[in-house]
Design a binder for this molecule. Structure first.
Ligand SMILES: [Zn+2]
Length: 228
């Protein structure tokens, strides 16, 4: 499928710091009642927020900011020891009302467009698979998006991001903080907050912040993939 991309420029952008490589891809949901409302906000100078792309529920892709420029989507953010991730990332907003306005499944057409867009971006920039993250991964104390209904497993099956395969090793519960840190999460937040963020991405069937056996196995699996 060839993506058709419509340009709807946003003023909410600036230069990336000189010499900053683009090596992260951050997925969001819009969290507003409609795509139109979300796009209007992402183009409102007073809102001071934006993203590079918005993907509507029917699969239409809008480009608000050129990839070479910095969009303002991540806010205060941490991943793998780095902060201020707008500088080095591309942001995609996926239209969905989110947890505040009636969170609902992402339609197949929309996910297909997200997948194709990610594949095109990955072909243009050297982005490691572990750096394909949710907003909730890089701001676990503030954000839940794109949330547990987002089809990370389907994306990974198409070569976009990581998905845990069944791990033979079952780490002890005490290993959870070190595994979370090895994956890339900041370490200075309560463990249940970090575990819930991990589950929202990599164990969506159960987002409760508890290090049960299934969560521990997947933590070990993703940490191993992140180190590979
Ligand atoms: Zn977000």
């Amino acid at each position: 499928m060839t993506l058709r991309i419509r340009d709807l420029p946003s003023p909410n952008q600036d230069d990336r710091p000189v010499g900053t490589p683009i090596d992260m891809l951050v997925l969001h949901y819009t969290g507003m009642r409609s795509g139109e409302e979300a796009i209007a906000r992402l183009r409102d100078p007073a809102a001071r927020v934006s993203s590079h792309y918005v993907v509507e529920e029917d699969g239409t892709v809008f480009r608000l900011v050129p990839e070479a420029r910095r969009a303002w989507h991540a806010g205060i953010s941490h991943w793998r020891g780095r902060t201020g991730l707008n500088a080095s990332s591309i942001g995609i907003e996926v239209v969905n009302p989110g947890h505040d306005w009636g969170y609902r499944p992402f339609p197949a057409l929309q996910m297909a467009a997200v997948c194709d867009l990610c594949l095109e971006i990955l072909a243009r920039h050297p982005i490691p698979a572990i750096n394909l993250v949710a907003h909730s991964d890089i701001a676990p104390d503030r954000k839940q998006d794109p949330g547990e209904l987002f089809d990370w497993e389907g994306l990974a099956a198409n070569g976009v991001g990581l998905w845990p395969h069944d791990s033979a090793a079952m780490p002890a519960e005490a290993a959870a903080p070190a595994l979370l840190a090895a994956i890339g999460y900041r370490t200075d937040l309560p463990l249940p907050v970090l575990l819930a963020a991990f589950q929202r991405h990599w164990r969506p069937a159960r987002v409760d912040g508890v290090a049960d056996a299934g969560t521990l196995a997947r933590l070990a699996a993703i940490a191993a993939l992140a180190a590979a």
